[in-house]
Design a protein around this ligand. Sequence first.
Ligand SMILES: C[S@@+](CC[C@H](N)C(=O)[O-])C[C@H]1O[C@@H](n2cnc3c(N)ncnc32)[C@H](O)[C@@H]1O
Length: 344
Amino acid sequence: MVAEKGPGQSNFFVDASKPPPNTIDSSRLSIKPIIMLLGLRLVFLLLVFAMSTVSIASPEARIRSILLHRQQRLQQQDVEPERPILLIEGARFPAFDFARRKGAASAAGGVSFEIDGRPVYLVDNGEDGAKWELKDEEHTVRTAGSIWDCGIILSKYLEKQATTLLLRGRRIIELGAGKSLPGLSAAILGARVTLTDAPGVVPLIRRIVALNGLDAQLRGPEVGAVERVEALDWIERDQYLLTILPPTEELFDLILCADVVWVEYLIEPLVATLSALARTSATQILLAHQTRSTRVDARLFAELNRIGFEHEAVPPGDLAREDGFWKETVSIFRVWRPRDMKKE
Ligand SMILES: C[S@@+](CC[C@H](N)C(=O)[O-])C[C@H]1O[C@@H](n2cnc3c(N)ncnc32)[C@H](O)[C@@H]1O
């Protein structure tokens, strides 16, 4: 034992074999930081390993893990998982029977399509029904042989808005008319109608007009009728427009188009044809359009703007929705020229 006197302290005894109190054991001094460093390194390595496992996991494994996590979360919340969205939308209205049958066969018919209480026939199920098919036409023109939802929705819109649109006595032309449902409907509602389509479709349209007894020769001048059925190919429009364009004082009041925009290369010729027919702000256009591609839609509206047309969608409430004549993907656009074209 050695007696030592600390500064400002009374004498006290120190056991030299033990470290003095309040001093650090030198052997521990060297091991503790090493253990701490090793521990930190281990934690760091574990972290690096965990991160690398996440980043190198295959995309499928990561998606599976995300979906599993989501599923667990939904189960915890007692929420029903999402159901797949059906991309193919069904028609809102029944499948109409457009066939005109003769004699006893008429009992076989289904729901007929009526405008103003009058059935419209687009197919003759009589003895020569088979000859009504369009053959050897370009694929875009063969579409004329079907009945499209746009035509049905536009026809029922015309019926509902006949008074607002002042259809009685109006001069109306339909482009790409095909089975011509909107044009026939306008004639039933009192308009004076010209139906047009590619040349190969004209005989079919003439037969349909006769089937419905809507020829101007049969109907008196005071009721609506189909006055003319003419060929009008939008691509070769100049040669056809010569016979169709009325003199300035008898311009068309309304142009009807149903489902005529679906392929891009027809947009420019179609809009150019509309431009030639709607030369003044007095001619309105009703375009029933089914969206099939945002690209085609964008191209259509850009082309209409470029030519100087304005357009707006008819409010959904103006359509015959209460009777089921609507579809999410079908809109009716009102298109017009705000200023008359300059005379050349
Ligand atoms: C999808 S169908 C619509 C038929 C009808 N508007 C309807 O809604 O039922 C497209 C129509 O455009 C017509 N069409 C296609 N190419 C044409 C063209 N170059 N000139 C004029 N009409 C054309 C077809 O003959 C067909 O009648």
